[in-house]
Write a protein that binds this ligand. Structure first.
Ligand code: GDP
Ligand code: ZN
Length: 373
């Protein structure tokens, strides 16, 4: 299918003219970048200001998510961005090798409010310079983006996430179904499939969880019961993570590290060695990192990002992120019904008629009221 072409006004930063401080690393790419840019006949310089110049660039349109500049892909490789530090990214090539990559200058200077040029999780096309360095020429369209807004700008934490693994524990700490509901709303908002994992199932009688688990499954939310002590549910979890990019969330102490260690015995050690480094100040980044899994796929690690920072849902949006509540909304008497105190509310009727789970409805009311967890 032919991609719709779109023109983007790109503001060129001042650093295009004056190269302020560049490491040896970027200097090595400078020549290559110039050559790459000269290839683009579709770019027209149309502004002549001293400080900023504007250029119209023809780009592919994918909800503004792709800058499909025509590039010569001969000799290029594809890969995933494991982490980003400033202008440099570590890329895991599809052939398994790792490359430290700079970003082609034209990509860097395409400045829009919609996106950052290269983010952790991006699928990229890059040109190798030698066995362990290269230059990113293009990023592929994104899906499953977890971002946060700071000072009106969207900051992408990680992209191309396929699975949002919500880990909770049956006991120690005690089960918090409302917290699961909150994470489910986050998953719905960002459009990433959630997987509920209730760990430490060895500590309780699983039959006690049946009503809760049954209700989640009825909505269509996949729910696994696991134990790192008995091994229950671990093969299934491993199978679900295989080949996916998974973000694992949950309170501390529920057993996330223990679970990941059971999935891939090396992973925990690798993650830990990096955090030891960061205490020594060698890694100052708090950005997200992807960890390749033994059997294929990646785990997303987001240090420095507290789980609730992802919560930026406004009360009026919440009903839309409850797939079980949503079907009733249109039958309420008032178009702006909040489903809390109104008369002739189809949502409240559904709870009374047992068509909507009362516990889920309560969760909705707490979230709507902005209650702390
Ligand atoms: P995290 O903070 O979510 O990464 O949790 P940890 O993996 O550090 O686990 C917290 C504690 O729970 C540790 O003492 C683990 O040994 C324990 N734990 C983890 N999984 C299980 C489980 O399935 N059953 C039981 N009984 N304890 C577990
Ligand atoms: Zn209503």
């Amino acid at each position: 299918m032919a991609k719709k072409k779109r023109k983007i006004r790109a503001t060129f930063r001042k650093n295009r003219e004056t190269r302020v401080r560049e490491s040896d690393f970027t200097q090595r790419f400078a020549q290559d970048e110039e050559q790459t840019e000269n290839v683009h006949q579709s770019e027209r310089i149309s502004g002549k200001g001293d400080l900023t110049r504007k250029r119209t660039v023809v780009a592919g349109d994918d909800d503004g998510d792709e800058f499909n500049l025509q590039i010569d892909e001969t000799g290029c490789l594809k890969g995933r961005v494991l982490s980003v530090r400033g202008l440099h990214s570590t890329v895991h090539a599809d052939d398994g090798r790792r490359f430290e990559c700079a970003t082609r200058r034209l990509l860097k200077t395409l400045e829009t409010d919609m996106r950052h040029v290269v983010a952790t999780g991006d699928r990229v096309v890059f040109r190798p310079i030698d066995d362990n360095s290269g230059i990113i020429l293009k990023t592929e369209p994104r899906h499953g983006t977890i971002s946060r807004t700071s000072r009106g700008r969207q900051h992408v934490i990680v992209t191309n996430v396929d699975l949002f693994v919500i880990v909770t524990s049956a006991a120690e700490p005690y089960l918090k179904p409302h917290l699961i509901d909150r994470f489910l709303v986050t998953a719905e908002k960002v459009g990433i499939a959630p997987l509920i994992c209730i760990n430490k199932i060895d500590l309780i009688d699983p039959a006690a969880l049946q009503p809760l688990v049954g209700a989640f499954r009825q909505i269509g939310y996949e729910t696994l019961l696991t134990s790192t002590v008995t091994g229950q549910g671990i093969p299934r979890l491993r199978q679900r993570l295989h080949g996916m990019e998974s973000a694992v969330v949950g309170q501390s102490g529920v057993g996330k590290s223990s679970l990941l260690n059971r999935i891939d015995s090396d992973l925990d050690i690798r993650v830990r060695s990096v955090s030891v480094d960061s205490q020594k100040g060698r890694h100052t980044t708090t950005n997200a990192t992807l960890w390749p899994l033994e059997g294929g796929g990646y785990l997303v690690d987001t240090p420095g990002i507290r789980q609730f920072e992802l919560w930026d849902v406004i009360p009026e949006e919440i009903a839309g992120f409850f797939p079980d509540l949503r079907p009733f909304v249109s039958a309420c008497r008032y178009a702006d019904c909040t489903h809390t105190h109104e008369e002739e509310c189809a949502v409240k009727d559904a709870v009374a008629d047992d068509l909507l789970n009362a516990r889920r409805y309560e969760s909705y009311c707490h979230m709507f009221a902005g209650d702390a967890i």
